[in-house]
Design a protein around this ligand. Structure first.
Ligand code: SAH
Ligand code: SF4
Ligand code: F3S
Length: 452
């Protein structure tokens, strides 16, 4: 049988969180395995895959426009196919299934978050039969980690330890599109970590919607601390994880920030709101006091830890006073980074049924005030780095200037440094180099590589 993928080129557009990024690496792995070549742009591609996100409305509506506008892009010269094939996967694929085919006449294939492995078969069918196909299943599928992969970088790897979420925060669509939480056996995780170390990977980021509850389904109790110890023992240089739910962050895990050499001094701990009334309406199941207690313990375990968080402004019924509780919490914690979101109503979630009468302008004004504070705090945190020499994992060159290297500090700050005279930028990518910080901006640091 002829291979319909031979001579084709594909591109993948990825939206949303690391879960999608990880899944996109698997999609790339499968398509490359079939003989299709990766390209950067839709214009150069015969097959276009959108890995979608629906956590907020903005991303959701954008997809429809993007797919619709593709009919105007001419086919590439020399394409072996009769038309450009378009597939939608990820969380919108999972949520909308074949409804997407009805809404988007140019779309050929829809697949979901639980059946990534079906994509090649669906595409083949569409190409051979000039037809359209949607397949989405409900939960229960294997970890996409078992599929072939092409990692975006040789020196960094995402390693999913759980998929799905059981928390049902009242505003959030993720549990509906990613299914119930499922953990991977500890031995599989340790083996994958060892294979990455052997392949020269410097940094592993463990992934899950709530890594702290890892193992509850498999072992009857959370065993995230064991995962951290096992991956550290595999010999990785830098270990990170995301995301952590404050209700499940244990003292044992906090303690590891003081003792595990590879665990980087950075933690993303989404608080969402600083108001106990709103936290309860969000079904977050912790209080402001509990959260601040965790921050205190973390700073005791690792005084230099850099903290980041997510905040939703304008949750239904949020008052000025509730908002100010959030504002003051941000001021008190002094985050190095805060991802701020305006509440976005998601059909099918409990919050979508709640009374929501705060005017849009009021919410926007609160949001702007919070963003100002966040920037001021991030600037202060970066200023404290002036004069320090930090080990930077080089990721590439700056987007604007290829004579400037860009990388990450242990605290996950972006660090820029000029390529040293006589050195080749590409040979430094993936290496850890010491940089003395000479300038601190709100979102990055810059300095000079120290010669050994
Ligand atoms: N599992 C992770 C994050 C998942 S989504 C966690 O629990 O932290 C990433 C972020 O998007 C959330 O932390 C939240 O701040 C934001 N978010 C989720 N649903 C949202 C909604 N309906 N409106 C606005 N922001 C939302
Ligand atoms: Fe969404 Fe809450 Fe689960 Fe995070 S923990 S994915 S915010 S339901
Ligand atoms: Fe978006 Fe799905 Fe991640 S909705 S945030 S891509 S789990």
């Amino acid at each position: 049988m002829s291979n319909v993928f031979e001579g084709t080129r594909f591109c993948i557009h990825t939206f949303g969180c690391q879960m999608n990024k990880h899944d996109s690496e698997r999609v790339a792995g499968m398509l490359e395995g079939l003989g299709s070549l990766p390209v950067e742009t839709i214009e150069e591609a015969d097959i276009v895959v959108f890995m979608t996100c629906c956590v907020r409305e903005a991303a959701d509506t954008r997809l429809y426009g993007q797919v619709a506008s593709m009919k105007n892009i001419p086919l590439r010269d020399g394409t072996p196919l009769d038309k450009r094939y378009i597939a939608v996967g990820g969380c919108i694929g999972q949520r909308d299934g074949d409804k997407l085919l009805a809404a988007l006449p140019h779309l050929d294939v829809v697949f979901g978050t639980h059946n990534l492995g079906s994509l090649p078969g669906l595409l083949r069918r569409a190409i051979e039969q000039h037809g359209r196909a949607a397949e989405v299943i409900e939960g229960g599928a294997e970890f996409s980690s078992a599929l072939p992969t092409v990692r975006e970088h040789d020196w960094a790897a995402w390693l999913p330890i759980t998929v799905g979420c059981n928390n049902f925060c009242s505003y959030c669509i993720v549990p509906y599109v990613r299914g119930r939480e499922k953990s991977r056996p500890l031995d599989d995780i340790a083996a994958e970590a060892r294979s990455y170390v052997e392949a020269g990977v410097k940094e592993i980021t463990l992934l899950g919607q709530n890594v702290n509850s890892y193992g509850r389904d498999l072992y009857g109790e959370p065993r995230f601390a064991d995962v951290l110890r096992a991956v550290d023992a595999a010999g990785i240089e830098r270990l990170r994880f995301a995301t952590s739910h404050p209700k499940d962050l244990t003292d044992e895990v906090i303690g590891l920030f003081a003792t595990l050499p590879s665990l980087m001094p950075a933690l993303h701990l989404p608080v969402q709101s600083g108001s106990n009334r709103i936290l309860s309406a969000m079904n977050r199941r912790y209080t402001r006091e509990h959260y601040l207690g965790l921050i205190e313990k973390l700073r005791r375990a690792r005084p230099d830890i850099a903290l980041s968080t997510d905040i939703i402004v304008g949750f239904p019924g949020e008052t000025e006073e509730n908002f100010m509780d959030t504002y003051r919490l941000v001021e008190e914690v002094g985050y190095s980074q805060v991802f701020t979101f305006i509440y976005s109503k998601r059909e099918g979630t409990p919050a979508a049924e709640m009374d929501d009468d705060t005017p849009r302008e009021v919410i926007q004004e609160r949001f702007d005030r919070l963003v100002d504070l966040v920037q001021r705090k991030a600037f202060e945190a970066n200023q404290a780095e002036l004069g320090a020499t930090v080990p930077v994992l080089v990721e590439g060159t700056s987007k604007r200037d290829d004579s400037i290297l860009a990388g990450k500090s242990p605290k996950n700050q972006t660090v820029h440094a000029p390529v040293p005279a006589g050195a080749d930028a590409t040979s430094l990518v993936g290496r850890i180099v010491p940089v003395t910080i000479e300038e601190a901006r709100t979102w990055y640091l810059s300095g000079t590589i120290v010669h050994a």
